[in-house]
Design a protein around this ligand. Structure first.
Ligand code: ADP
Ligand code: ASP
Ligand code: MG
Length: 406
């Protein structure tokens, strides 16, 4: 007998027919003699719609009330999945985050899970009852509802699996695993049987939305066995594993892209000590994260500084810097959200030279200009114009030998 957590994403729960199919999937696991906790996302499109309503009602809205609204999608699917299971003769009960509770901090809109009280759930699982848990939501420090950031029900599932010491955490989605690149853009992308925690973490944080970044970090810290698979086809998916479980390690295992960043160029700041601190200090004070940075020194003792921030922070970042214009002494500020960040990822990079060079050469051959570069131990990222996203992804995928055969 195993204890498993099964998480179903929005597409898998998009309508009542699919919810019934999900219930049949869960029922199979129960009939196999296993204890099952289910974590649900909202129906496809529902969270987007709820987010839209909060924006329409109030552009600069209160994050606490945003959470009250956007967390509701998961309440609907939790109840429906429990009903569908009951219809199959399976003992099932839905759980909202506050009922368990799943405790979080108070950072509304992107709260972090602190703890999950599992005693009651464990008792029911032991009696053969299926617990259907609303993902994405939590209970904040002051008794208010919180949400975990977009894609957060992956994190609910992994956290619950860790707390329940589950044998497996299956993430059911609309693709049958983790691919070498987004299969919706790169037709030749290959499904990976296994990927290391570290690579998955880097893929997710560089934009591969198949798993929320925090869910991977949590799986890595708590050694949760995560599998990504399709709720539509019956086939093994991708296992996220330790590095020593991978026999033949590729140098590059995946290519991710992110359209969530925007670029700002601060033109002609005086090139002297303290300038970077003067620019990035105020941004940090406003909780605006800076990702990639490049500085070009010109001859007249001035420099252009280019960097990226989250696209959602662009407007705020520009206004913070404009306020400091006199002190910073720049001549112009150029925001640009028509950019995409492309990243090649692989633990094999640690021991192989030339990965970055191959990226630069490939983009050069396609006539694509690189605007900013950043690297880490297992990743090289470049910022390019958004219109080249598909071209760059496909060319790099071929250049690193990742294309599926045939
Ligand atoms: P869910 O609603 O099930 O959580 P998501 O839309 O959040 O589903 O995540 C699945 C999507 O992630 C896929 O449809 C796919 O387009 C996208 N994706 C991006 N990069 C990858 C990748 N490397 N492998 C698989 N899917 C990816
Ligand atoms: N429904 C939430 C979202 O769309 C959480 C999730 O799908 O994981 O972001
Ligand atoms: Mg998701």
């Amino acid at each position: 007998m195993a204890r498993v957590v099964q998480k179903f994403g929005g597409t898998s729960l998009a309508d009542v027919e699919r919810i019934k199919a999900v219930a049949r999937r869960v029922a199979r696991e129960v009939e196999g003699g296993h204890q099952v906790a289910v974590v649900v996302s909202a129906m496809a499109g529902v969270t987007d719609c709820l987010v839209g309503w909060t924006r329409e009602t109030s552009r600069l809205h209160d994050a606490g009330e945003y959470d009250v609204v956007v967390s509701t999608g998961e309440q609907v699917t939790a109840g429906l999945v429990a009903l569908a299971l009951q219809n199959l003769g399976i003992d099932a009960r839905s759980w909202l985050a506050w009922q368990i509770p799943i405790r979080t901090d108070d950072v509304h809109g992107k709260a972090r899970i602190h703890s999950i009280e599992v005693a009651e759930l464990e008792g029911r699982l032991a009696l053969g009852q299926v617990a259907v848990v609303a993902g994405f939501q939590g209970l904040g420090l002051h008794g208010r509802i919180t949400t975990l950031g977009r894609g957060g029900s992956d994190t609910s599932a992994v956290a619950l699996a860790a707390a329940l010491k589950a044998d497996r955490c299956d993430i059911f989605t609309d693709v049958d695993g983790v691919y070498t690149s987004d299969p919706r853009i790169v037709a030749k992308a290959r499904k990976l049987d296994k990927i290391t925690y570290e690579e998955m973490l880097e893929m997710a944080s560089q934009g591969a939305k198949v798993l929320q970044t925090r869910s991977v970090a949590m799986a890595m810290n708590h050694r949760v066995r995560v599998q990504v698979l399709s709720s539509f086809v019956d086939a093994p998916g991708t296992l996220v594993v330790d590095e020593d479980e991978i026999v033949e390690q590729q140098i590059v295992s995946g290519i991710a892209y992110s359209r969530d960043e925007a670029k700002i160029t601060v033109q002609k700041v005086p090139d002297r000590p303290g300038v970077a601190a003067a620019i990035f200090g105020p941004l940090a004070a406003h909780a605006i994260n800076v990702d990639m940075i490049v500085q070009n020194v010109s001859e007249d003792g001035r420099a252009d500084l280019t960097f990226t921030v989250a696209r959602t922070d662009l407007e705020r970042a520009v206004s913070v810097l404009q306020e400091k214009r006199a002190a910073l002494g720049f001549t112009a500020l150029k925001p640009d959200s028509n950019v995409v960040k492309i990243s090649v990822i692989g633990v094999g990079m640690r021991s192989h030279a030339g990965v970055a060079q191959q990226m630069f050469q490939t983009l050069f051959e396609k006539g694509i200009n690189i605007q900013v570069i950043s690297t880490s131990e297992i990743k090289v990222s470049v910022l390019i114009a958004a219109e080249y996203t598909e071209l760059a992804l496909r060319a790099l995928h071929t250049a690193y030998g990742l294309d599926a055969l045939g």
